[in-house]
Design a protein around this ligand. Structure first.
Ligand code: AMP
Ligand code: FES
Ligand code: ZN
Ligand code: ZN
Length: 325
C-alpha cells in the first residue's frame, strides 16, 4: 500500500477517495478537507477568533489543532458535565493539549456554576441524559462565544455524526430539524455563528489524524450514551459505506448542496416566533428558556454550590478568571 502523494509506505486507506496516505500526507489531507469545508460553506473568514468547543475526544482536539494550523485565533472551551471519571479524564486530555501548546482554555463547570450535573439533571427532570447534556452545552457555547466576542463557535461534529443525524431526521421527516441542519448557522440576535468544520472528515480519519500527530485523546465513549439512536444509524450507514464507498459523504454533502434550501422557509417561520428569556436573555420561544427551566428544576440552591468546588461561580481560563457573563 503506497501513499498517493509520495509513494512511500501508507498508514491508512481511504476507499471513498480511492487513496492511501502516509502519516505526513494524511495530516495534509485532513487539513485540506477542513479548509475546503470552511471555504465551500463560508464558515469563517481569514484569521477569525474562534471558540473551539472541546470534549477531550479525537474530533474536537483534531479540530482545535487544525484550526490553529489554518491560522485562526483559537480559544478552547471545555464544559465539566459531572459524568464521573469520564468527565474527569476528558478534562485532563483537554488540559494536557492546551498546556503543551500554551493555548488558551476556558472551563465552565456545570456543578459549581449552575448547581447541577448531567446524571443529577436526568434524574430530577424527565429529560434523557443526552437531552439535558445537549441543551446545557448549546446554551453555554452560545453564552461564552458572545461574552468573549468570538466570531464563531466551532464544534467537532464529523461526517459520521452529521450523516447519522440527517438519516434520523429523514426517517421521521422532521422538517424543522432538516431546515436547520446546516454546517454553518449565521449569528443572529442573541446567538453566535456556529460552524462544524469537520463535515468532510469521518471519525476514522480524525482518529488517524490524532494518532499520527501525537494528540492523546479520550477513547472511552460517554457512559450515558446507551440507547442513543444515532449509534444505530451510524452502524447502518457504515454498512452501506462498506459496499458503496462514498455514499455517506454523498448523502450528507448532496443534501447541503441541493436539498436543504427547500426546507428553509420552515426554519424561518420557527425563528420568527422567538422571544427573549426573562431570566437569562437568551432567545427562547417561551418566557423562560429551556436551559433556565432545566437549571431551576435540576439545580441545587446557590449556597450548596460553592461547597462543591473551589472553582467558584465563574468560568476559569488557564490564563486567569473570566468576568461573569
Ligand atoms: P457530542 O455532543 O458529545 O457528540 O459532541 C459534539 C461536539 O460538541 C464535540 O465535537 C465538541 O465540539 C462539543 N463538546 C462535546 N462535549 C463537550 C464538552 N464537555 N465541553 C465542550 N465541548 C463539548
Ligand atoms: Fe449523551 Fe453523554 S450524555 S452521550
Ligand atoms: Zn506520503
Ligand atoms: Zn434563560
Amino acid at each position: 500500500m503506497k501513499c498517493r502523494s509520495c509513494r512511500g509506505p501508507a498508514v491508512i486507506d481511504l476507499p471513498r477517495h480511492n487513496a492511501n496516505f502516509c502519516g505526513e500526507h494524511l495530516v495534509a489531507f485532513c487539513r485540506e478537507q477542513v479548509r475546503r469545508a470552511i471555504a465551500e460553506f463560508e464558515m469563517l473568514e481569514e484569521g477569525d477568533r474562534v471558540l473551539v468547543a472541546v470534549s477531550g475526544g479525537k474530533d474536537s482536539l483534531a479540530l482545535w489543532d487544525i484550526l490553529d494550523h489554518l491560522g485562526y485565533e483559537t480559544t478552547g472551551l471545555y464544559i465539566g458535565l459531572g459524568i464521573g471519571d469520564y468527565s474527569e479524564d476528558s478534562a485532563e486530555f483537554v488540559r494536557h493539549f492546551a498546556r503543551e501548546r500554551g493555548a488558551e482554555l476556558l472551563e465552565v463547570d456545570l456543578a459549581s456554576r449552575h448547581g447541577y450535573d448531567i446524571p443529577g439533571a436526568a434524574q430530577r427532570t424527565k429529560r434523557t441524559p443526552c437531552s439535558a447534556c445537549g441543551l446545557s452545552k448549546r446554551h453555554i457555547f452560545d453564552r461564552e462565544a458572545l461574552a468573549g466576542g468570538h466570531a464563531a463557535v466551532a464544534t467537532g461534529h464529523n461526517l459520521d455524526d452529521e450523516a447519522a443525524v440527517l438519516f434520523g431526521n429523514v426517517l421521521r421527516w422532521q422538517l424543522d430539524y432538516l431546515a436547520r441542519q446546516r454546517p454553518v448557522l449565521p449569528a443572529r440576535d442573541g446567538l453566535p455563528r456556529k460552524v462544524k468544520p469537520l463535515v468532510r472528515l469521518t471519525e476514522r480519519e480524525t482518529a488517524a489524524y490524532c494518532i499520527v500527530s501525537g494528540i492523546d485523546y479520550q477513547v472511552e465513549e460517554c457512559p450515558m450514551s446507551a440507547g442513543n439512536k444515532h449509534i444505530g444509524y451510524k452502524e447502518a450507514l457504515n454498512d452501506i459505506e462498506a459496499t458503496s464507498p462514498g455514499s455517506k459523504a454523498d448523502f450528507y454533502l448532496s443534501f447541503q448542496r441541493r436539498a436543504v434550501q427547500h426546507f428553509e422557509q420552515l426554519g424561518a417561520t420557527a425563528r420568527e416566533a422567538l422571544r427573549t428569556c426573562t431570566s437569562c436573555g437568551a432567545p427562547s420561544p417561551s418566557d423562560t428558556c429551556a436551559f433556565c427551566r432545566l437549571e431551576s428544576m435540576a439545580g441545587q440552591p446557590v449556597e450548596l454550590r460553592s461547597e462543591r468546588t473551589a472553582i467558584g461561580d465563574h468560568a476559569t481560563t488557564t490564563t486567569g478568571t473570566m468576568d461573569e457573563t
